[in-house]
Design a protein around this ligand. Structure first.
Ligand SMILES: O=P(O)(O)O[C@H]1[C@H](O)[C@@H](O)[C@H](O)[C@@H](O)[C@@H]1O
Ligand SMILES: [Mg+2]
Ligand SMILES: [Mg+2]
Length: 280
């Protein structure tokens, strides 16, 4: 049977690599930094340029497909996931890192059908690592198969998380209480690459046992979620149960034992869903 989605995945890999060239080139120039929801929620013209490249090039080849892009949503487009073939794009995941030339910057492209991620592509531009996954066909980094860590003892684990792009005091209190709970289990360490997508690829690569965060968006995690699950990992909501791509919350771990142990320590809170009706 013809594999109708392979040509879309091939295009995603090619355009992610092209986008990586643009990101690396932009690092040599002055970067104009703008802000979105608050003073630490950064965006640059490179974010916008890369998203336009990905969307325009994909539209030419796949005119019936739909698109959810971080910067298009920031400009007012809706963020509704339908059953249609949909590209879920974070043109630069790790924009703050990009602004500071901190060397973890990713292009993240997820692709969903019937609201289920069919393939994921995360290109770590400065490491030149192309992470890919196709549903049911495994996860890879530069063609090498990925496998999550086998560690089941939380006390022998490294956990990744981020502080997010909001400095709302109440949310920060929850974030720090969760961080303290997890650090004091104890775990071997807590790390953060500064990008959800690369944190999830580190889980898929077996470098860290888990990543959790409240505050992410669907475009941060769509591609990485499949890369984790195809590398043998699990996805969960921060309160247990199924991960919901639109909920702004995620636990991605090497196994259920580690995931459930982390869920116990998270002081959770809710945020407006990505697919909430647009404010009029
Ligand atoms: O760099 P972007 O695409 O904005 O995504 C990051 C987000 O800004 C941060 O708030 C999160 O903590 C990171 O996990 C995202 O990767
Ligand atoms: Mg992002
Ligand atoms: Mg981004």
């Amino acid at each position: 049977m013809a594999d109708v989605w392979q040509s879309a995945m091939d295009h995603a890999v090619a355009v992610a690599r092209k986008a990586g060239e643009i990101v690396r080139g932009a690092l040599k120039d002055e970067r104009t930094v703008m802000t979105k929801s608050c003073a630490v929620d950064l965006v640059t013209q490179t974010d916008q340029k890369v998203e336009q490249l990905i969307i325009q090039s994909a539209k030419e080849k796949f005119p019936t497909h739909r698109f959810i892009g971080e910067e298009s949503v920031a400009a007012g487009e809706s963020c509704i996931l339908s059953d249609d073939p949909t590209w879920i794009i974070d043109p630069i995941d790790g924009t703050t890192n990009f602004v500071h030339a901190f060397p973890f910057v990713a292009v993240s492209i997820g692709f969903s059908i019937n609201k289920q991620v069919e393939f994921g592509v995360v290109y770590s531009c400065l490491e030149d690592k192309m992470f890919t996954a196709r549903r049911g066909k495994g996860a890879f980094c530069n063609g090498e198969a990925l496998q999550v860590s086998e560690q089941a003892d939380i006390h022998q684990a490294i956990v990744a998380t981020e502080f997010g792009s909001s400095r709302d005091p109440a949310a920060m209190d929850h974030i720090f209480r969760s961080l303290r709970n997890i650090l004091c289990l104890p775990v071997h360490g807590v790390r953060g690459a500064g990008t959800a997508a690369i944190n999830m690829c580190l889980v898929a690569s077996g470098c860290v046992e888990a990543y959790y965060e409240i505050g992410i968006h669907v475009w941060d995690v769509a591609a990485g979620s499949l890369i984790v699950s195809e590398a043998g990992g699990v996805l969960m909501d921060v309160e247990g149960g199924d991960m919901d791509l639109m909920s702004r919350r995620i636990v991605a771990a090497n196994n259920t034992t580690i995931a459930e142990r982390i869920v116990k320590e998270i002081v959770s809170f809710t945020l407006q869903r990505d697919d909430a009706p647009l404010q009029s």
